[in-house]
Each structure stands twice: as C-alpha cells, then as structure tokens.
Design a protein around this ligand. Sequence first.
Ligand code: FCB
Length: 445
Amino acid sequence: MTMRFPEGFLWGVSTSSYQIEGGAPDDGRGRSIWDTFCATPGKVANGDTGQVACDHYHRYREDLDLLRDLGAKVYRFSVMWPRVIPDGGGMVNPKGLDFYDRIVDGLLERGMRAWPCLYHWDLPQTLQDRGGWANRDIAGWFAEYAAVVARRIGDRVENWVTFNEPSVSAWVGYEEGRHAPGLTDPRAAVRAAHHLNLAHGRAVSVLRSLTPKAGIGTVIPIHKARPLPQFKERDGHLAALFEDKWNGVFLDPIYRGRYPASLEARFSEHVRDGDLAEIHRPIDFLGVNHYFPSYVQPSVKGAWPFEFADPPLFFRRTETNWAIDGQAFYEALLIVKERCGNPPVYVTENGGAFIDVVGPDGRVDDQDRIAYYREYLAGLQRAISEGADVRGFMPWSLIDNFEWAVGYEKRFGLVHVDYRTLRRTPKASFDFMRKVIAANALPRV
Ligand code: FCB
C-alpha cells in the first residue's frame, strides 16, 4: 500500500548561493553582508565562513548530476547579487552572470527546469553601507538587479522566486541580530520588512515585462504558532499576533493589499501612497518553507509582547533543536489556504539536521531524516486531501552546506559533504527521496 501524490505533482530541490557556492574571491565577485558577518568574531559557530562552502562554484556539474539522479524536475537555486553586480548597483560583472547561465543550461541539458531565486540573504555589502533594506531606495536597486538577471537568463527560466524568507531578513537580521547584518533595531526591522515587500512588488512588474512567459512567486516561511498547552487560554491572542508578524506582514500585502490590522499602526509611518497597490500585484504561486511548530509565551523585554517558547518536551527534536511535528506542517498549509484564498503552493523547503555518521563503508544511514520526511510528507498529503492547492515539494537540501549562524556542524543534505575533501556521498535519505519521486507516492512503512 502506498499513499499517492496528485498526478503531475512537481518534485524539486532547493539550495542557496552563499550556503554552497564558495568561490568567494573568484571572477570579480563582490562582498556580501554574510562575508562581513562571518568575519565578525562571535557571530558564526566555529568562525565558519562561506569562502569555500561546498565549492559548488567549481563543482556544479557534479551537483547537477546528483539532482538528475535524484529525479528532480525543477531546481530552486539562488543568484548571488554581489556576484552579478559587485557593488549592488552600476557595473555588471559578466563572469558572474556566466556562472548562472551555465547552471541554467546545465539543468536544461539534464532535462530539468530552472527556478532561480533572486535573493537568499546575500546582500551586497556596499548596499548595506547605505542602509540596506532599511533604505527605501533599495526597492529600485533590487528592480534594476532583477532586470539584469532577467535579460541574461530569463529566456530559459520556468519560474522566478523574488525572495527567500523576507521575514527572516527583517526580523532575524534587523531585530534579533542573529543573522547578517546583525542589527537589533526594531523600528529599522519594520522599515526593512516594508521595503522587502516593496522590492518584491517592483521586481514582479520588471520580470513580467521582460519575461512574460515565466511564472513568478515568492517564498515565505509559514509558521503555525501555538501557546504552550498549559497557557492555552491566556496566550491564544499572542499566537495570533505572532502569526500576523511572521506570516501576515508578508502574505497580506500580496494577497489582500494591506498589512494585518493588528500591525497597521507600526507600519503606517513607512507606507506611502501607492505602495500597497504595487505589492498587491498578482503572482503565480506561493513558495512555502516550513520546519517546526512555533510556541509562544509572553515577554516584556522587547518590541513585541511575545517571544519564542521552548516547545513541550514530548516532541522529538532535530539537531538544531527544532521540534518535529508533521501536524504543524499540515496546519501551516491550511493557514495559507485560508489566509490567501488557496493559491497554488509549492513547498520550497522542508527538512532537518541530524547527526550523520559516516559508516565504515562510507555510507550514511540517516534513518532519522527519513522518518522526518515520512511524517512531514504525510502531513502534506493530509493538507492536499482537505483541499490545499499544493503542487510540489522541494526538500532542503541537496547537499550539506553552510547553515548560517550555526556553520557547517548542522547538516541538512540528502547528500553528505566531507568538508576536507569536498567529496559528495548520497545518504540513505537520498535513496528514499529518489523512490518517493519515482513512484510519486509515499511508501507505507
Ligand atoms: C531556512 C533557510 C535555508 C536553510 C534552512 C535550514 O530558513 O531559508 O537557507 O538555512 O532554513
């Protein structure tokens, strides 16, 4: 007995530029805010950096072969803005564009389709020096960059993704300071959130006019927020506010043309006439990332009356201490259905970090990761059976990579990377996913 996915369900894989490319000084690539952040003592575990990463910049052919062997039909990779325009604006670096051109052709040659994402967090440092996302001018800079990329590879792109997780850029980069640029300025974070939305809207119109045949979407991590079980009554309103902050701020302007009512006062000083109409432009799909349930508890410390709470102890956890809960994934997909009017959805990221032991035969038997995917894919099937318009799934990630502030220690790949030799070895989860894709079904245990 198997549990089948709908006919035509689209399987792919996601990666991101800074996390895998390396090739930092090569061919005129400029600096990004993650280069700066990694060079700041104490910000990233073990002082790890993305200078070499998985050396995908030089080994991309091998990685594209792995994608093909997995059976992926589409590949969501990201374009590194400072590789293409080293200073963020002005001079374009042809060699940087050549690299993404090779990726797109390499995909097509192997029978796969390209889903480039224009921003997966590696902002040119020069633009950060001018205020980064807190500077309203960035909407224009981003639109220019989108046009440069579209002119070069747009003829072969199936779907564009404008942003990966703009909520994390704003709230973790500008408010919590755990990600680049490492600011802890709540007002700047709200401004950044609005400018990320505005930049998305402006890029949509540029991409529509330059590449009318390509689809366009964005990627938002969807949180299912819950009060701790013992404080259900007391903290229910905090869970709703949490979802407004993390989901609504980025979904509502696109799908409803406004900010959540609970947050309008915070946003009004940054929103100008016409902004919301620009953001409210139709898109073709929503990319949903999801990893863990979000528990909330009251807080009096910061700019918000809540903070993340430690999830109840009955959950199993991944190595990044994220609670494993396929039910929250199902609920997150229903949140999108309700909140956004059931748009076409592709799950663009999902996965877990686990301790991967390389056996004497060189194999990694990552049964924990397989169990994780079984649970989450079952949650996904349940959401589909209840009418959520989910059309595809992309595990995070193809290969182990640089996991931001926690560095290389936490491994999310279907393929193991030995960081001394850069050798790639498919894990047991790679075989599992290959079978799921080939059968378009989840085999029963
Ligand atoms: C997501 C990021 C992705 C990766 C996973 C584990 O938030 O988009 O780059 O780090 O988490």
